[in-house]
Design a protein around this ligand. Structure first.
Ligand code: IMP
Length: 477
C-alpha cells in the first residue's frame, strides 16, 4: 500500500470502511476483521436503522449502534457526532453486550456529547411521513430522517443537554414545539387510511414486526395525548444519566490518538447509494454513509485517509422503496435471498423485512467507487453465487446510447430490461470452507472477482465466502 503523503511521521493510519450499495453489504464482519490491525474504531453516521452482524465462533452479535469492533477487547470504540442515537437502543445494546461478557467499560467506549438524540416524537413523525406518502420510502421507522432534520434546523436534543442546568426547560420547550406538529400531521387522511389497512390486516393475520411497529406509532401519534412531556423528560433524564459516563469529546480523542501513532478505522453504516446527496434520492437515508460521513463526524479531511475500503456484496440487495435496475423476482431471487432460516439470509437485521435482490450492478459500483474515492473493494457473500451462472450489469442505455459510467445516480431509474446490458460469467460449483489462499478459490470465482475489479477500476483485495471469521481470503499484492 502506498504511504499517504498527508500522514506525518509518527502519526497513526486511518482507514475507512464504507458500503458501496444500498446497505447490508456485510460491513460488520469486515470491520471486525480489519480492526485486528487497529487501535480504535469509530462509527460515524446513521443510527439504529443499521444492523451489523458479527460472528465470533458460535456467537452471533447483532449491533445497531455500537461499532462492531467492540467484540475485540483490546480496542477502543467511539460513536461520533454524526450519528443519531436512540437512548433506549443504546442502553439495550450496552446491557446485551455486558450480559454476554463483552467489556463495555466507559474507558474503552466514548460517545460524542454532540451526538443527537432520537426522541419519541421523531419516531412518530417518521411513521406519519410514511403514511402521508403512502409508504413510498419504506424507512426503518427509527426516526432517522426526523432526527437529522432537527439537527439541520438547529433544534432537537443532543447528549450534552443532559449536563445543562436547563435540561428540563429545554426539553419542555422542544416537546411543546413538536406536539402541535405531530397533531397536525396526524390529521392527514393518509394516516387514517394506513391505520385502517393495518388494523384490517391484523384482524385476519399476524402483522410483521415492522408493520406492528408502524401501526403502534401511528396509533400513538393519533391518540389524545401523543406525548406526555413530564414522563418523556423523566425517562430521558434516567437514560442519559446512565449514558453520561460514556459521553465526551470524540473529535479531540480521535485526533490525539492519530497524533500518538494509534491506527484508526472508520465504520460506516448503510451504503453509498443511500447517501442523502449522492444516492438514489429521495429513496435514501438522511446521512452520508460514504467517507464524507467520517470527515464531518470527526473533522478529519479525506486526504488524511489511508485506505477507503468499499464493501460490496457479490450481488445486489435493497430494502425499502426506490429504483433497483437489476432486481430479480424469479427462482434465482429465492436462491440469492434464502428462506430466512439462516442468519445470513437476506432479511433486514433491523426490521426483519425481506430484502429485494438482484444481480450485481457494475454501473452503480463504478459510480460508487469513483464518487467515494474508494481505494479497494472487499467482496462479501461470494459463496451465495455458487451453483449459478452469475451475471453483472455492465451498461445502461441512456438516450439511445450504451453507457458504462454515470456521474449522477439520479440517472438510475426503473429501467426496462432492454435498457440494461448484462455479462454472464462462467459459474463455480462450490467454495471449499477451509481454504486459506486466494488461489484456492475456484478459478471462475477468481475470474468473477477480477471482472469486478476491472469494472470498478479498483482492486478487489479480499473476499468472504462464509460468515465465520476464517471465511475470508486476501489477494497477495
Ligand atoms: P431510514 O434510514 O430509516 O430513514 O430509511 C431510508 C431508506 O434507507 C429506506 O429505504 C431504508 O430501507 C434504507 N435503509 C436505512 N438503513 C438501512 C440499512 O442499514 N440497510 C439497508 N437499508 C437501509
Amino acid at each position: 500500500m502506498p504511504v499517504n503523503p498527508d500522514r506525518l511521521p509518527g502519526q497513526g493510519k486511518l482507514d475507512v470502511i464504507v458500503g458501496t450499495q444500498w446497505g447490508d453489504e456485510g460491513k460488520g464482519r469486515m470491520v471486525d476483521l480489519l480492526s485486528q490491525n487497529a487501535d480504535w474504531v469509530a462509527r460515524y453516521g446513521g443510527g439504529d436503522n443499521a444492523g451489523h452482524t458479527v460472528t465470533v465462533g458460535k456467537e452471533i452479535f447483532k449491533l445497531h449502534l455500537t461499532p462492531s469492533a467492540i467484540v475485540r477487547p483490546e480496542l477502543a470504540v467511539m460513536i461520533g457526532r454524526g450519528v443519531v442515537v436512540n437512548p433506549t437502543t443504546l442502553l439495550d445494546e450496552l446491557n446485551m453486550l455486558h450480559n454476554r461478557n463483552i467489556d463495555v467499560d466507559p474507558d474503552r467506549y466514548l460517545i460524542d456529547n454532540h451526538t443527537r438524540i432520537i426522541t419519541k416524537d421523531m419516531l412518530m413523525e417518521d411513521a406519519l411521513k410514511e403514511a402521508v406518502q403512502g409508504g413510498k420510502i419504506g424507512t426503518t421507522l427509527r426516526g432517522i430522517g426526523p432526527a437529522y432534520t432537527q439537527r439541520t434546523s438547529r433544534r432537537g436534543p443532543e447528549m450534552g443537554w443532559f449536563e445543562n442546568a436547563n435540561f428540563d426547560t429545554d426539553l419542555k420547550n422542544y416537546f411543546e414545539e413538536r406536539i402541535p406538529l405531530i397533531r397536525a400531521m396526524a390529521q392527514h387522511p393518509g394516516v387514517a387510511e394506513t391505520i385502517e389497512i393495518l388494523t384490517d390486516k391484523a384482524s385476519s393475520q399476524n402483522l410483521s414486526a415492522s408493520e406492528q411497529r408502524y401501526l403502534n406509532l401511528l396509533q400513538a401519534a393519533t391518540s389524545d395525548e401523543p406525548l406526555d412531556i413530564k414522563k418523556e423528560t423523566e425517562t430521558l433524564r434516567k437514560q442519559l444519566g446512565q449514558i453520561k459516563p460514556y459521553m465526551g469529546d470524540t473529535i479531540t480523542r480521535a485526533h490525539n490518538l492519530l497524533n500518538h501513532g494509534k491506527d484508526g478505522l472508520g465504520e460506516g453504516a448503510q451504503g453509498h447509494l443511500l447517501d442523502l446527496t449522492g444516492g438514489t434520492y429521495p429513496f435514501v437515508t438522511s446521512s452520508h454513509p460514504g467517507p464524507i460521513g467520517m470527515e464531518e463526524s470527526f473533522n478529519i479531511p479525506s486526504s488524511r485517509f489511508d485506505r477507503v475500503i468499499g464493501v460490496t456484496k457479490a450481488f445486489q440487495t435493497r430494502v425499502g422503496g426506490g429504483p433497483f435496475p437489476t432486481e430479480l423476482s424469479d427462482e434465482i431471487a429465492w436462491k440469492l435471498r434464502g428462506t430466512g432460516a439462516n442468519p445470513w439470509d437476506e432479511y433486514g437485521t433491523t426490521t426483519g423485512r425481506p430484502r429485494r435482490v438482484g444481480w450485481l450492478d457494475g454501473v452503480l459500483l463504478k459510480y460508487a467507487a469513483k464518487s467515494s474515492g474508494m481505494t479497494e473493494i472487499a467482496v462479501t457473500k461470494l459463496d451465495i453465487l455458487s451453483g449459478l451462472e452469475p451475471q453483472i450489469c455492465v451498461a445502461y442505455k441512456i438516450d439511445g446510447q450504451w453507457v458504462e459510467t454515470i456521474h449522477r445516480v439520479d440517472d438510475t431509474k426503473y429501467w426496462e430490461p432492454e435498457d440494461l446490458k448484462y455479462e454472464t460469467l462462467p459459474g463455480w460449483e462450490e467454495i471449499q470452507p477451509g481454504i486459506k489462499d486466494w488461489e484456492q478459490l475456484p478459478e471462475n470465482a477468481q475470474n468473477y472477482l477480477d471482472r469486478i475489479s476491472e469494472i470498478a477500476e479498483v482492486p478487489v483485495t479480499f473476499t468472504s465466502f462464509s460468515p465465520e471469521r476464517e471465511g475470508v481470503v486476501f489477494r497477495n499484492q
